[in-house]
Design a protein around this ligand. Structure first.
Ligand code: PEP
Ligand code: MN
Length: 276
């Protein structure tokens, strides 16, 4: 144990994260995939079955979507997601495919019978990484929490946010790394590369504790061509799994079209991982 970690342990700061978060996903690697947003019932049900047949472990799809420009983005009944309808469509997708559902809760007021029925793994979005009242409520639940790192989050802030959920009594937290604030120097060539992949945090966190780590190459790169190499790197560095945005017609995704991968790309990423 290095001196920094020893000091944190001696001060009792890491104790709870070290002691209480000893769990693993029932399947590893744990591969989550699906569209950024649930777009229609037909789309999510068909896609879920295709993903299951490809070897994906869990289906993702946003019903509540935090949009940077909420007005510009509203299309028909899609207003920052299909919301309650989206949750119902996710339930249909789970019934058809058998895949557990990973989806985001943006606010404690969205914790209710329908959302708890629909969501097996609750995603905390980057923007809510330090929303303490939300984390406190999630600590009271008996559900896996996939806590996405804030784009600004230091290692201490990550551990502190995990601790906040654990102290409520929920001992199943996984961290999702999804890229951080940076100034990618290739942005003028690849405009959708907003974030800098935070790969080193995988071994850094692994050295500190046993929190399962899911890497998100889609948001970290912002660009579908980079999803495969960064997926490979994350798995080689010890990630417990990945969350990859995929879509039947990537360029026409309602949200995050530049980073969504096709079924063929996803298939080759999975082949690579499973044959490793
Ligand atoms: C998402 O996973 O669709 C998402 C909104 O990600 P993030 O919170 O990392 O931006
Ligand atoms: Mn997205």
């Amino acid at each position: 144990m290095n001196q920094y970690i020893k000091t944190l342990v001696d001060q009792g700061k890491l104790d709870i994260v070290l002691q209480k978060n000893r769990w693993k996903f029932d399947q590893t690697p744990y591969i989550i995939s699906g569209p950024c947003s649930v777009e229609s019932e037909e789309m999510i049900v068909d896609w879920a079955v295709k993903l299951r047949d490809l070897g994906v472990t869990a289906l993702r799809g946003g019903a509540f979507k935090p949009c940077t420009y909420p007005v510009k983005k509203a299309i028909g009944n899609w207003k920052e997601g299909l919301r309650e309808d989206g949750l119902k469509f996710l339930i249909s997708a789970r019934e058809e495919s058998g895949l557990p559902i990973v989806s985001e809760i943006m606010d404690a007021r969205q914790i209710n019978e329908l959302s708890m029925d629909a969501i097996d793994v609750i995603q905390v979005g980057t923007r809510n990484f330090q929303n303490y009242s939300l984390l406190d409520e999630l600590g009271k639940l008996d559900k896996v929490i996939l806590l996405k790192r804030g784009t600004w989050g230091t290692i201490d802030e990550i551990l502190g946010a995990v601790e906040r959920i654990l102290v409520g009594g929920n001992s199943k937290v996984a961290i999702c790394l999804r890229g951080v604030v940076g100034m990618p120097s290739y942005r003028h060539v690849f405009p959708s590369t907003r974030w800098a992949p935070d790969l080193m945090m995988i071994p850094a966190l692994k050295e500190l504790c046993e929190i399962p780590i899911i890497y998100d190459p889609s948001h970290a790169t912002g660009y579908s061509n980079f999803v495969a190499p960064i997926s490979k790197a994350a798995m080689a560095l010890g990630a417990d799994g990945l969350t990859i945005e995929s879509h039947p017609d990537p360029v026409n995704s309602i949200s995050d079209p530049d980073q969504a991968v096709s079924i063929d790309t996803l298939g080759s990423i999975l082949k690579d991982i499973y044959e490793r």
